[in-house]
Design a protein around this ligand. Structure first.
Ligand code: FAD
Length: 279
């Protein structure tokens, strides 16, 4: 029986190096019956565990339409992520979930969507993008992406860019510093902050905006959206907080009256903008 609180074993089927410190893992359930019942929304997360290295939350990086595999992309920053980055194809890890609420994908049925992201924050927004492509016949809205990273190497999912552009997604990239790979890239990636795209790129009409990235970036993005008079109820932000249980019990991720793990990690900005230090 499907139980998101139970740790299940998943096998690493493929590992793709995304940048100098991030890898993408294609994961497959051992239990095929369980896999059939497993479903998620872009923006939800799972807890990945490795014996001896505890567990940590990671968002989905793939579309929920593929029932056989799902993907995560992980930046090597500490004990579990370092252990994961040394694992090989066919190794197994534990996973429980999905947890949290996810992005309101159904808004795309009638509205245009702008995704704004920096660095590793793009992982759940890649899930949104892939889901958009898989369910395109359901969605009337256009998809526009503003994505920034420290360098061209640090941009994740570069292998997808050509497909996305070919599918009519308006992909706009920014890097903090230019390097050789940027010069030789087929994709235009100017130097500067992702917020500089506002004012330079024609925004899709009356967008719903999904944001995931460093808090400072999110703060300036919201300032830009404010200038453009985007309603706070049309801005959705995925928050990252230290969390342990993922169930709203341990209280590590409490923000104002909410728990990021249970009530989020995605919040509409009108619900949380009043909370001091929220981003
Ligand atoms: C909902 C959610 C989704 C996430 N999705 C992804 C994802 O898709 N890909 C990805 O690479 N990471 C993601 N993360 C972050 C990831 O869970 C943390 O980096 C995790 O703690 C790493 O575990 P570790 O044992 O390797 O690091 P640790 O050894 O626990 O910590 C390494 C360092 O990072 C700091 N740190 C850890 N977590 C946080 C945090 N949340 N905020 C601030 N500092 C922190 C620690 O203080 C320490 O300095 C997500 C986090 C959340 C809450």
């Amino acid at each position: 029986m499907f139980n998101p609180y139970q740790t299940k074993s998943v096998v690493i089927r493929k590992i793709i190096k995304e940048s100098s410190d991030a890898k993408r893992f294609v994961l497959e359930f051992q239990d095929k019956e369980y896999a059939k019942q497993f479903d998620f929304l872009p923006g939800q997360f799972i807890e990945i565990s490795i014996p001896g290295f505890n567990e940590a939350p990671f968002t989905f990086g793939s579309s929920s339409k593929n029932k056989e595999f799902f993907e995560i992309a992980v930046r090597d920053v500490g004990s579990l992520t370092s252990a994961l980055s040394q694992m090989k194809v066919s190794d197994e890890v534990g996973m429980r979930g999905p947890f949290g609420n996810g992005f309101p994908m159904d808004l795309l049925k009638s509205r245009n969507l702008l995704l704004v992201s920096g660095g590793c924050g793009f992982v759940p927004l890649r899930s949104v993008t892939e889901e958009y492509l898989d369910r395109k016949d359901e969605f009337e809205g256009k998809l526009q992406v503003f994505y920034g990273a420290r360098s061209y190497d640090d941009l994740l999912f570069k292998d997808d860019f050509e497909k996305w552009l070919g599918a009519g997604i308006d992909l706009n990239l920014k890097v903090d510093k230019q390097d050789k790979s940027c010069d030789s890239s087929k994709f235009k990636c100017d130097t500067g902050l992702v917020t500089e795209l506002f004012g330079k790129v024609d925004l899709v009409e009356r967008p719903v905006v999904f944001i995931c990235g460093p808090p400072l970036m999110a703060k300036f993005v919201i300032q830009e959206l404010d200038k453009l008079k985007v309603e706070y109820s049309d801005i959705y932000i995925s928050l990252e907080r230290r969390m342990e249980c993922g169930l709203g019990v341990c209280e590590h991720c409490a923000v104002g009256p909410y728990y990021v793990c249970k009530d989020g990690p995605v919040f509409s900005w009108d619900k949380i903008e009043w909370i001091p230090g929220i981003i």
